[in-house]
Ligand binder design. Sequence first.
Ligand code: GTP
Ligand code: MG
Length: 367
Amino acid sequence: MQIAIVGLAGAGKTTVFNTLTRGDVQTGGFGGMELHVGVVKVPDPRLDRLAEIFHPRKIVHADVTYVDLPAPPPSSEGHVGAEELPAEHLARLRDADALLHVVRAWDDPHHPHPAGSVDAWRDLEQLDLEFTLADLAVVDRRLERLHGTGRHGTPAEREANEREAAILERLRGGLADGRPIRDAGLDPDEEKALRGFRFLTQKPVLVLLNVGEGELPRAAELVAAVAGRYDHRHALVDALSARIEMELGQLEPEEAAVFATELGITESSLDRVIALSYRLLGLVSFLTAGPDEVRAWPVPDGATAVDAAAAIHTDLAKGFIRAETVPYEDLVALGSTAEARKHGKLRSEGRTYRVRDGDVIEVLFSR
Ligand SMILES: Nc1nc2c(ncn2[C@@H]2O[C@H](COP(=O)(O)OP(=O)(O)OP(=O)(O)O)[C@@H](O)[C@H]2O)c(=O)[nH]1
Ligand SMILES: [Mg+2]
């Protein structure tokens, strides 16, 4: 799972990246073209509890990769800013499963906003517009081709091309009116047909308002105001004070705890942002536990037992016989798989069983 951190120049993207990855990449580059990649373990206290039962050799968390990208240059007549990003950056952006859109909501007289004022809504819409233009350019290029060479080929090919053109025409209308593809209400087949385009405005997005530390008490109000206007599907809005969180992350844990209490920060923003990203991506975790390892596996909500098997290894999916599954709470309450079996909490499930968050699963398979 990859999440691209995007935002206008100087919004605080690299500061957020440092917060999430506990990194210390230099901030304040204002327009620097470096790309940063960091892998973050998804905190999951259930794994520690399972480890007390199974004494595994290792504990493996699900992980999320965050990519800190520089802001795209602004578009101008005939030029799409996002497409002028270096090829590697654009590929990273298109490959991301979701976007973390950092919006400047902090004010600081020593760091005037390039636009002359701090206006989170204006900045949010500005980058959204850039991504809309980038998608529109992709749609237009494809439509041009479909209307040209797409007329040739076998009847079946022509029909497929016409179907694709019809979907793209519909998207084009929405994009031209400034509506992101995530609002287009695509059905699963259409979504599948479009997957290869890796549209930016189709990706789920977490809008993160970066507020100054003095504004923290007002953050909930600001989030509500923006969320009320940002009426899109697959979109969430949250706030944090990135600079202060980054500094907290660089302190010793005890020192950080004292400091956080003084500031009225009760919950780790890292945990919250990761939990929100998970929700946004529609992911759930199933767990595996044994003497070798205790591990969390992310799968899309709705995944079946065979999908879970495939997440572990393709061989397990190919030779799938059944999945023995027990809810995490039952396993922990009863203290062992054997006890769970005795109490009828360990169930035998077939291929189409829908995996639930916290299922502890063992896949039985034939080689
Ligand atoms: N006063 C204040 N400054 C902040 C805050 N968050 C970020 N900054 C400062 O804003 C500057 C830019 O932050 P970065 O994290 O580098 O921003 P960026 O979005 O990565 O910037 P580019 O990569 O250059 O587009 C740095 O000097 C930060 O210290 C904040 O909450 N308050
Ligand atoms: Mg940066």
